[in-house]
Design a protein around this ligand. Structure first.
Ligand code: UN1
Length: 508
């Protein structure tokens, strides 16, 4: 694609303000530090964004509080039309928006479009959900009383997203927030400011068409002190956070200390997949490949551990090597590229550190493992064997394309290894044995939020609730009844008969 043309289309060919709120429009770029957006493919400077400051934040939050007072009274199905329109605009601008995602993250066009497809799917899901935010009716024990629960908006939601999915995570959390009658302040990762600005422009177009201005606002501070204002602000009813466990813990500490505010966390994963002796190994190798190399290992759902039955482990590794060989690594702007570079130099250093540590612990790198000699931040996906459960490489969320292969003899042992990490996001088993599969799905099986049978750990379907347990943080977004996390439940009892409880002296 033509980088200059794409940037100009979204007004990103000049220093662009990182602040948007309806009361202000695009904020000022004056006397603010400039965030440099460099394409991870070659380090080229592709955009400059003026970081939001504390004063910008104050204007945003004040406007979000005011707008929410109106938005909460808009019928939910109309709120749904707004998010559906945003989804349509993403679809209409798919090619150019995908190009911005690639420039920001280094993702291939295929993956960038996949991410935007997820955002579009999320818009249709949320639009439909807006008509189906049901509460139950209950049977009152009092005569001539009606009892039910209803779901009401929370207020302002602060949405903090990571660099790896600059549009989809916003859509997952933001669309549910909006249909719920909340306004949304988005703080994206400053590593990917261009996507956030481009998305906000499409939002503004939909808002102008439908009279929904001010529901979504944007702030891109450079430093964490400004970002923390959002987390600590009691005017913000909920923080939805996607990112590392370290920062997630801070969010839970700060938000949790003010009762009545909510948080929903989607933090680190350390996703494992068991492959038993009955598995279709060709299918498993393919599923594991994309799980490991997709988004250059930078998904919270990336497959980091393969727990293989000792009798098939060698054969599986050979098939994985063959399958890894099929992956085209390269510049995300080239048509055939499947896997792009890592996000920044720190990630490359992490990759080298994790591999060196694994080897020091006694593991063997049997595939890949080198930084690719070319401009840009490219690394070879790596397969590491001889890993024991306690090795650092198996215990931490590495966030680079490295997979550890561990072996087991009995399924119970495999499950113990699988669950023996701090994180609990995605998991899987490859098997054709019903008992093994159902054991993994039972109470003594996987302890994760997501389980995939004969599939990869990545690429969650928006229809399901997305999130995980343990250090992953316990939150859920996307489908199923995740919308409830963005609303408050109210239990209602109506006396329609005119008899007071005092008169009957019951159930006072
Ligand atoms: C993330 O990686 O932070 O299911 C979330 C998947 C993607 C994950 C997005 N939707 O693999």
């Amino acid at each position: 694609f033509d980088t200059e043309k794409v940037l100009a289309e979204f007004g990103l060919d000049r220093v662009h303000p990182g602040t948007y709120t309806d009361s202000l429009g695009w904020g000022s770029a004056e006397s603010r530090p400039v965030i440099e957006a460099r394409c991870p493919a070659d380090g080229e400077l592709v955009g400059r964004v003026a970081a939001s400051n504390a004063g910008d934040y104050e204007l945003i939050v004040a406007a979000a509080v005011e707008t929410q007072k109106k938005w909460r009274m808009v019928p939910a199905p109309r709120r749904g039309e707004f998010v559906r329109r945003i989804g349509q605009l993403i679809e209409e601008n798919l090619d150019s928006l995908a190009a911005v995602v690639s420039l920001d993250t280094g993702k291939s066009t295929m993956e960038a479009k996949g991410e935007l497809r997820e955002a579009i799917d999320m818009s249709t899901l949320a639009a439909g959900q807006a008509r189906m935010m049901y509460g139950f009716t209950q049977q009152s024990q009092r005569a001539e009383h009606r009892m039910y629960d209803q779901w009401l908006p929370l207020g302002v939601v602060g949405l903090i997203s990571a660099y790896n999915f600059p549009a989809a995570v916003w859509a997952q959390n933001g669309f549910l927030s909006a249909i719920a009658g909340n306004t949304v302040i988005w703080k994206p990762s400053p590593k990917v400011p261009l996507t956030a600005i481009a998305v906000q422009k499409l939002v503004n177009k939909a808002a102008a068409e439908l009279g929904c201005e001010g529901v979504f606002s944007l702030f891109i501070p450079e430093d964490n002190a400004v970002a923390e204002r959002l987390i600590a602000d009691t005017r913000v009813a909920m923080i939805s956070f996607t990112g590392s466990t370290t920062v997630g813990r801070r969010v839970s500490d700060i938000v949790g200390s003010t009762l009545g505010r909510r948080y929903q966390l989607e933090c680190s994963g350390n996703n494992g997949c068991i492959v038993d002796e009955t598995a279709d190994l060709e299918l498993a190798a393919k599923a594991l490949t994309f799980g490991v190399v997709g988004t250059t290992g930078q998904r919270c759902t990336s497959t980091r551990r393969v727990i293989a039955h000792v009798s098939i482990a060698d054969e599986l590794v050979e098939l994985m090597k063959k399958s890894f060989d099929q992956i085209t690594i390269g510049d995300p702007r080239e048509k055939d590229t499947v896997v792009g570079p890592l996000i920044d130099e720190q990630a490359v250093a992490d990759y080298q550190r994790v591999l060196a540590g694994a080897e020091r612990d006694g593991a063997t790198v049997v595939y890949g493992g080198k930084v690719i000699e070319r401009p840009g931040l490219y690394v070879e996906p790596a397969i590491v064997t001889g890993v024991e459960p306690h090795f650092e490489v198996a215990q931490s969320e590495t966030f680079v394309p490295i997979v550890s292969v561990l072996t087991y003899d009995a399924l119970d042992e495999a499950i113990e290894i699988h669950n023996g990490v701090a994180q609990g996001l995605a998991s899987g088993i490859h098997s054709t044995n019903l008992t093994n599969i159902e054991t993994f799905l039972s109470a003594r099986g996987s302890d994760c939020g997501i389980v995939r049978i004969n599939m990869g750990t990545t690429g969650a379907d928006v229809g399901a609730a997305f999130g995980g347990e343990k250090e992953t943080g316990g939150g859920r977004t996307a489908g199923s009844d995740a919308w409830k996390g963005f609303m408050r439940r109210q239990s209602v009892c109506v006396n329609w008969g005119g008899t007071s409880a005092w008169d009957s002296r019951i159930n006072l």
